[in-house]
Design a protein around this ligand. Sequence first.
Ligand code: AMP
Ligand code: MG
Length: 342
Amino acid sequence: MDTILLNPVIDPSAIDRAAGLLRAGEVVGMPTETVYGLGANALDPAAVAKIFDAKGRPQDNPLIVHIADAEALERICDDVPEPAKRLAAAFWPGPLTMVLPRVREIPASVTAGLPTVGVRLPAHPVARELIRRAGVPIAAPSANLSGRPSTTTAAHVLADMDGRIAAVLEGGPCEVGVESTIVSFAGETPRLLRPGGVSLEQLREILGKVDIDRALREQIGDDARVSAPGMKYRHYAPKANVTVVCGTPEDTAAYISKHLTNETGVLCFTEFAYLFEMHEMRTMGAADDPLTQARRIFDALRAFDETDVQEIYTQCPSDEGIGLAVANRLKKAAGFKVVNVV
Ligand code: AMP
Ligand code: MG
């Protein structure tokens, strides 16, 4: 299959053409403010199956359903609890996914057979216009091959998906750069399943108590019963092995300098770049600039695949704000191989 690149900046019919492909049951790479998604009609099981094929995604990893306006939530979810409504009012459109009881019309392949569905109203204007014109809810996981770092530019999507999907819709580099925050309302207390563009601090301002899923702290075993089945898989991984080094920026930079070999790549805060100039090195932004770190993290991880490095050492951002999400992606890329420097 030839994958066409549709660019709304130079082709005024680009969004309509992408919407037509979605209605026809095809898969389209689409921009969102978090990462690029692989969209398909969430109500069409054959279209949804094409997403799993294109990504090589395990069938037990559910998809997030994207809607164009908050009213569409009631058509996808049963019984939206009051706290979920408050959260939507505070953060939609934006990088927040809520896991809620689903209506019967959502195919089992979208939810991996769960009684719940993950729903998000994205903020990216091209994404919202695309969903609106498609006229159906759009199931969309991140637009990377399963296990690889997520895609934050149309070029990343083409690198993984050229020949596997009908089209990619260009929408510029993603403004947030890491995936949405996922909050589950399946239990008594709201539970954070994945940190993302909306911070834990922001969630607690609206919800009060928020539990934190243990998948955020450790690698989940194959046999584990988890609230989100996809959590057990290795994610975001470049080809080289990753080690995350946690501690103060000064201490972690010193630790990494001491442990380098010729085959080691380094992902560091900008202010420490001078220490690693003889190595394959990428910067993720300043230590106190988590928004830039989020925007750069996946591009930096992908860039190491163009090199010969066998291992990558990375400094770990602080857990505050969106830093929690960046640190989580790095730890997952490392399969939770973490060194704490004290
Ligand atoms: P991705 O779109 O690739 O970023 O992955 C979506 C993630 O959303 C999955 O791996 C799950 O962890 C989570 N998710 C989606 N739907 C549900 C659901 N119904 N229950 C729990 N987690 C979900
Ligand atoms: Mg993903």
